[in-house]
Design a protein around this ligand. Structure first.
Ligand code: PNS
Length: 173
């Protein structure tokens, strides 16, 4: 029987409980789910390095046998072909996500008609959650409980402290 291999692409800077909710749902639907971090060396203003993002995602998905974590550079459709993937998983939280997601899905379909984009909704409690908002809350020392796993919260607190120390000229190591 045909195996359904899905790619769940994103920046994951950092992974949130919303992403994890989608991974939990996706791994029940697909035979294999590859969580793939998009690398963009030209404009990389990420809070976390690729290695840190991979490490956090691997730790948070270790319990799922059919989930792997990887990264890719360039077009998502080329990466799908390379991985023999037949689906792309994307989350839609609210109507505001729809326009951009539709544009991406249709453009991807034009480039590679054999790959279907599948949209899933995370639990309602994560419908207002994004990595950008999480980074902002962390930057101002706000509460992160329920938004990201404890491990990610620790990474965020440490990175914010490092950035603060660097800004005021205190060595951290
Ligand atoms: O987490 P994000 O930032 O919403 O993820 C966006 C991502 C990485 C899925 C998207 O930018 C992407 O697919 N980038 C790879 C380059 C590509 O294929 N671009 C054409 C999309 S139509």
């Amino acid at each position: 029987m045909k195996q359904i291999i899905a790619i769940y692409p994103g920046s994951f800077d950092p992974v949130t409980n919303g992403h994890l909710d989608l991974i939990h749902r996706g791994c029940k639907l697909f035979d294999r789910l590859i969580v793939a971090i998009a690398r963009n060396p030209e404009k990389d203003s990420s809070l976390f390095s690729l290695e840190e993002r991979i490490e956090m995602l691997q730790a948070m998905t270790a319990e799922f046998d059919n989930v792997t974590v990887d990264s890719f550079e360039g077009l998502l459709m080329n990466y799908c072909i390379e991985k023999h993937a037949n689906a792309v998983l994307r989350g839609i939280r609210a109507v505001s996500d729809y326009e951009f997601e539709l544009q991406m899905a249709l453009m991807n379909r034009k480039m590679e008609p054999s790959v279907e984009t599948v949209f899933m909704m995370p639990a309602e409690k994560y419908s207002y959650l994004s990595s950008r908002i999480v980074r902002e809350i962390a930057a101002f020392g706000g509460p992160l409980t329920g938004l990201v796993p404890e491990l990610v919260e620790q990474h965020l607190r440490r990175r914010v402290a490092e950035k603060h120390a660097a800004a005021v000229g205190i060595p951290t190591k």
